[in-house]
Design a protein around this ligand. Structure first.
Ligand code: TEU
Ligand code: CA
Length: 541
C-alpha cells in the first residue's frame, strides 16, 4: 500500500465549531457534508475529525461514553456513513480521533467497573488510598489531582485528565482487545486512519510516587514507556497493517529519540507523530507563562526535528493551540501578510502538513472579555488553580487570552451575515467579532485573500517534487528572517525566504527565479516586503 499520507495535506475539523445545519448552535455532520465542496477547493486530501462519538462533553468529546455511536449533537451513524461515502466520491479521506488512554466515566465499562467484583474493575486503574490520601502524588494535565475517590468501593481511580476521564488499564489484555475491535469497526466503515490522542502515555510502568515537579508529577512513570511501544506494535500488527490507512500519534513531551522510537518505519508502530517542542518555544515551562515569540527559536527547533525524523507531521495549529497568526505573526495591521507567510513556512517543510479549520482564513485568537465566555475545562480548572494561588484576575485573564484552547474553538466564519453563517441558532461559544472581515465567502472572492494564498501554495506544493520529497537544510534563523533550502538529488533546490518583521528587509545574497511570493513579487531584487515569503528556484525546480 502506498504512503499516500505523505503527499496529501490533512485538514482538521473541530465539528462543534464548523457548520451547524439544525439551528442548535452546534456544528454537525450534515454541516461538514454540506461543506465538502469548499474543503475540496482548498486542495487538501484528508479530513481529520475531532471526536464525534457519544460523550457527556466534559472535555468536548475527548471523554467518550460509546465509541460506536455518534453524539446526537453531531447526528447519526447514517450521517457518518454518508459523509465517508461522499468524501470518497470527492477523493477525500476521513481520519477519526482515537482516544484510548481514557474513556468517559459514563462509559458502560466504567459504570460496571465501580463494582469491585465486576470483570470490568480491571479495565481501569483502581487503588486503595495511602493513609487518608490518594495512592500517590501524581498531578493531572488539567491542574487537578490524578485520583478520584469512589465512596461506594472505598478506592480511588486514576485520571490523567479530568475526573470524568478515567484512564484505561493496559495491563489488562481485555482492554487491548476492545480497542482493536473499535478500530476495526471504524476501518470497516471506510475511514483511512486515526489521529491517536495522547498515545504515548497508555502504559503506566508503576504507580509509585513521582519526582515532585511544577507540572505532571509522576509523568516519568508513563511517558513513552516500553509497554506503550508493545501496545502500538500489537495494534499495528493486528489491525492497522491490514487496512490502507495511517496512524498519527499525538505524543506529549517527546524528545526526537522518543519520536524515532514511535514512528521510524522499522519500529512498526506509528506512521507519524505530533511533537510539541516547537510549540513550547514561546513559553516558560508551561503554556500559561508566555515568553516573547522568537522566530529564531521556533525555526531552530523545527529544523532539528526536520533532521531527526525521517518524516514529520508539521503543524502550527490545532484545537488545543492558540491561533498561529496571533502567536507567530501579527493579528492586526499585518494579519493577512503574516498568515500567508506562515502558510508558506508550514507547507514548505519536509513532511505531512496538518491545517486546522480557519487557519486558511487567517483566523485570530478570540476577542472575549471574560472567563464566562470560555467553555474549555482545562482553562476553567487552571483559572481556579491560579485564583487559589492568588494570581490577580487581570493577570489570569491575560494568560487565558494568550493560551486558552478556546482560542481555536470559536465557530468557523462562513459569511459576513448573521452569526457568520455558522448557525441560525445561538452558537455554543462566542463567534469572533472580526468575522465581517475574516470569513470564507469574502476571502473566496478575493484573489489577494489569505484563503487564495493558501490555495496557491497548496497547488504549488502538490506540483513540486522538491517540496514533496526533498531534504531540508536551515540556512539562516534570526528574529528577522528564516531562510531554508529544500533539495532533491543535490542540484535541484528551492530556497524559502521568510520575513518575520513589519519592515522591508534585505536578507543577503540569495539568487534565483521567484517561483512564489506572498506579496506579488515577480522579479527577485534581494528584498523581502513586510512579512513576505518568497520561494526562489531554478528552471528545474
Ligand atoms: O491533548 C493532550 C494534551 O496534552 C493537551 O491537553 C495539551 O497538553 C494541552 O492542551 C496544552 O496544549 C489531547 C487532546 O488534544 C485534548 O483536546 C484533550 O483534552 C486531551 O488529549 C485529553 O483527551
Ligand atoms: Ca447542529
Amino acid at each position: 500500500m502506498s504512503d499516500w499520507w505523505k503527499t496529501e495535506i490533512v485538514y482538521q475539523i473541530y465539528p462543534r465549531s464548523f457548520q451547524d445545519t439544525n439551528n442548535d448552535g452546534i456544528g454537525d455532520l450534515p454541516g461538514i457534508l454540506s461543506r465538502l465542496p469548499e474543503i475540496k477547493r482548498l486542495g487538501v486530501g484528508i479530513l481529520w475529525l475531532s471526536p464525534v462519538y457519544a460523550s457527556p462533553n466534559d472535555d468536548n468529546g475527548y471523554d467518550i461514553s460509546d465509541y460506536r455511536s455518534i453524539h446526537p449533537d453531531f447526528g447519526t451513524l447514517e450521517d457518518m456513513d454518508r459523509l465517508i461515502a461522499e468524501a470518497r466520491r470527492l477523493d477525500l479521506r476521513i481520519v477519526m480521533d482515537l482516544v484510548i488512554n481514557h474513556t468517559s466515566d459514563e462509559h458502560e465499562w466504567f459504570r460496571k467497573s465501580r463494582d469491585p467484583q465486576s470483570p470490568y474493575r480491571d479495565y481501569y486503574i483502581w487503588k486503595p488510598g495511602v493513609g487518608d490520601g490518594p495512592p500517590n502524588n501524581w498531578t493531572s494535565f488539567f491542574a487537578e489531582d490524578c485520583w478520584e475517590f469512589d465512596p461506594a468501593s472505598g478506592e480511588y481511580y486514576l485520571h490523567l485528565f479530568s475526573r470524568k476521564q478515567p484512564d484505561l488499564n493496559y495491563r489488562n489484555p481485555a482492554v487491548l482487545r476492545e480497542v482493536e475491535e473499535i478500530m476495526r469497526f471504524w476501518l470497516e466503515k471506510g475511514i483511512s486512519g486515526f489521529r491517536c490522542d495522547v498515545i504515548n502515555v497508555l502504559f503506566k510502568d508503576s504507580l509509585d510516587d513521582g519526582k515532585k515537579k511544577l507540572i505532571l508529577t509522576g509523568s516519568e512513570h508513563y511517558i513513552s514507556r516500553e509497554g506503550t511501544h508493545e501496545i502500538l506494535r500489537t495494534l499495528r500488527r493486528d489491525v492497522l497493517s491490514r487496512y490502507d490507512c495511517f496512524a498519527v500519534g499525538e505524543t506529549v513531551f517527546v524528545t526526537p529519540q522518543m519520536g524515532r522510537d514511535l514512528c521510524e518505519p522499522s519500529r512498526g508502530e506509528l506512521d507519524m507523530i505530533f511533537s510539541f517542542e516547537h510549540m513550547e518555544t514561546d513559553q516558560y515551562i508551561v503554556k500559561w507563562f508566555r515568553r516573547r515569540f522568537s522566530p529564531r527559536r521556533l525555526a531552530k527547533v523545527i529544523a532539528r526535528w526536520q533532521g531527526e525524523l525521517t518524516w514529520n507531521a508539521n503543524y502550527f495549529e490545532n484545537h488545543d493551540q492558540p491561533r498561529s497568526v496571533s502567536r507567530f505573526g501579527d493579528d492586526s495591521l499585518y494579519r493577512s501578510a503574516s498568515a500567508k507567510m506562515l502558510c508558506v513556512f508550514l507547507l514548505s517543510l519536509r513532511g505531512t502538513p496538518f491545517l486546522y479549520q480557519g487557519q486558511e482564513l487567517g483566523m485570530t485568537n478570540f476577542d472575549y472579555e471574560s472567563m464566562d465566555e470560555l467553555r474549555d475545562i482545562e482553562s476553567r480548572n487552571v483559572d481556579k488553580m491560579l485564583k487559589r494561588l492568588h494570581f490577580p484576575s487581570g493577570i489570569r485573564w491575560r494568560m487565558m487570552q494568550k493560551s486558552s484552547r478556546d482560542n481555536a474553538r470559536t465557530p468557523y466564519p462562513w459569511t459576513a451575515g448573521k452569526e457568520a453563517g455558522f448557525t441560525d441558532g445561538t452558537p455554543w461559544i462566542g463567534i469572533n467579532k472580526n468575522y465581517s472581515e475574516i470569513n470564507y465567502d469574502m476571502e473566496d472572492r478575493d484573489p489577494d485573500s489569505v484563503l487564495a494564498s493558501y490555495r496557491r501554495m497548496i497547488r504549488f506544493r502538490a506540483e513540486s517534487p522538491i517540496l514533496l520529497t526533498g531534504s531540508f537544510r536551515l540556512l539562516r534563523a534570526t528574529n528577522r528572517s528564516v531562510i531554508f533550502e529544500r533539495s532533491l538529488g543535490g542540484e535541484r533546490r528551492v530556497t524559502v525566504l521568510l520575513n518575520f518583521t513589519k519592515r522591508t528587509i534585505r536578507p543577503g545574497n540569495f539568487a534565483g527565479k521567484v517561483l512564489l511570493s506572498t506579496a506579488g513579487t515577480a522579479e527577485w531584487t534581494g528584498r523581502l516586503l513586510p512579512y513576505e515569503a518568497v520561494i526562489l528556484g531554478g528552471d528545474d525546480a
